[in-house]
Design a protein around this ligand. Sequence first.
Ligand code: BT5
Length: 261
Amino acid sequence: MNDLSLSAVTARLRTQTFGRRIVYRSRIGSTQDLAREMAEAGAPEGTAVLANGQTAGRGRLGRSWVSPVGRSIHLSLIVRPSLVQLPRLTVIAPLAVALAVEETTSLRPRIKWPNDVFLSGRKFAGVLIDSELAGDQPLYAIVGIGVNVNLDTSAYPEIAPIATSLMMETGQEVAREAVLASLLNCLEDLYLAVGRGEDDAVYEAWRDRLDTIGQTVRVRLGDQVEEGLVEDVDAEGSLMLRRADGSRVTVPAGEVTLRDA
Ligand code: BT5
């Protein structure tokens, strides 16, 4: 079995807190659940829960995430964001994945709103953010990120037509440790930048990689369906849609699904 070398990850970290405490399991149900338990018990910001494989990996809205042992990155990072940082996690997380892949390979990922990261029109990474508030104050958030690094997605019929991996795109195995360390470095850089109020550069970098602007989309938001042309996005990741009747609506990047119209 391909184990993840934590010392190889740590050697590449240039973070203050992100990934400085790592909890590692060779196999787990979902890293999100352990991270949530640890956050509830007071684990500090930056604690990273990692698993070599998951037996019940989760996507959003009850969907599942294919997480076999030894091939991918399964990360749940505990953060304790400010009110400003919390909504920007949906921008920071996929952007950090794209930047980490750019830093460690020759690939140039694209982001599909709100949280998918794509190569050659196929998804290779996804983001799931769980957060806990007390009133309107954030207590913690768990930034869940799955990255198909050396996964042969053709072996999984449920995702074969829509998914890819860094190995499939480069034609060779990629060191998970290098991608993971770069991911933690990029996540912390972006998170701290937003905390200092420097969101403009973060927003621009995200917007540059976003494929969704200019497309006509249908968005399901609870019971409501909105359809329209994506005119722009804002710094919190909301979509600005123009409906067929010419009116405009802003759709937050929360619990939504995107369908091609
Ligand atoms: C996501 O959900 O894309 C969020 C995935 C987050 C996974 C991480 S791994 C660490 C942490 N622990 C967890 O339990 N979860 C997080 P969503 O946008 O709902 O996309 C889910 C859909 O993506 C599925 O319905 C499939 O169509 C597809 N999918 C599932 N597994 C995939 C994979 N390995 N690669 C590409 N696509 C996949």
